[in-house]
Write a protein that binds this ligand. Structure first.
Ligand code: 8IG
Length: 292
């Protein structure tokens, strides 16, 4: 008669464990060294020695890449060290090199790793660090988010003026004390307003997600001085500042935040609002990039 231990070990042996690890998850590896290797791989794959501007395109912003210039190369993100395939439908997974009308090169990161995926902050900010290692001096971070100001209609693009990091995490490791005054460049916000003077701005609060906020959490952010709620950007902005980049943060308000809007939030509606606004905001971003 088989013992109970025999049965348990039989069922255990059917479980397949992953043995390949993303090098960013091995703590003793330097995330900066991995970003440097990723940048070398991008240089090789694109044939472009130096990128000048980098963009992370969040929900609703993907079309911007097609409008800013001429694509010279596209690499599947998963082929570059430290990157992984995206987990959310509606997010794209390529790293593209685009020649701008000015002759400069933009690196478009279509593969954002979100904090809620649970892979750690190093993976979240790897795109930013890689962009910096390719030479980019400007980091444009875009996202889709919820809005707290009732006067904003879904589909409104909003410049990020500052953030509140509610993730209880940081991309900085060790005693790395970095100033975050003027994290989101005033110069770039003003430049954006030369393209569209009506652009409003707001303070972005990054939650961990993946659940949306409760109405009480949205009220908390409102009382703290926040105007936008989302699940990205703040940690990436900190890493970009550490790398010495100038940052432009741009949110697409796809929905009023929970409790501000009276109906429950649905991911399908969020995607729809993004799709509807995409041509307009992508053209706006392209026009801004022309001036950078
Ligand atoms: I799109 O209302 C989008 N992303 N946290 N809250 C949070 N993230 C979001 C929201 C929202 N809308």
């Amino acid at each position: 008669m088989p013992s109970i231990w025999g049965l348990i070990s039989t069922s255990r042996s059917t479980a397949r464990l992953k043995t390949m690890t993303n090098p960013l998850e091995i703590h003793s590896n330097s995330p900066f060294e991995i970003a440097k290797q990723a940048a070398d791989q991008i240089r090789e794959a694109t044939g472009i020695e130096t990128h000048d501007i980098a963009l992370t395109l969040g929900s609703g912003w993907a079309k911007a890449a097609d409008l800013i210039g001429e694509e010279v190369a596209s690499v599947p993100a998963k082929d570059i060290i430290g990157f992984s395939a995206p987990v959310v439908e509606g997010h794209v997974a390529s790293i593209r090199s685009i020649k701008l009308p000015s002759g400069k090169y933009a690196l478009v990161l279509g593969a954002r790793t979100h904090f809620y995926e649970g892979h750690g902050v190093r993976r979240v900010v790897h795109g930013v660090r890689t962009a910096a290692a390719t030479g980019a001096k400007t980091m444009i971070l875009t996202n889709g988010c919820g809005g707290i100001k009732e006067t904003w209609k879904p589909g409104t693009p909003v410049l990020i003026s500052d953030h509140i990091n509610l993730t209880a995490a940081s991309p900085l490791e060790g005693p790395t004390f970095i100033d975050l005054t003027d994290l989101y460049s005033k110069r770039l916000r003003e430049l954006a307003r030369t393209v569209d003077a009506s652009l409003d701005e707001g303070v972005y609060a990054q939650f961990t997600g993946p659940h949306y906020e409760t109405p009480a959490e949205v009220q908390m952010v409102k009382h703290m001085g926040g105007h936008l709620v989302g699940m990205s950007t703040a940690l990436e902005a900190i890493a970009a500042r550490q790398a010495g980049m100038e940052i432009l943060g741009f949110s697409l308000m796809t929905n009023l935040a929970a409790g501000i809007q009276k109906t429950p939030l649905s991911h399908a509606e969020v995607l729809e609002a993004g799709r509807e606004a995409e041509p307009r905001i992508s053209a706006l971003l392209a026009a801004i990039i022309k001036k950078i």
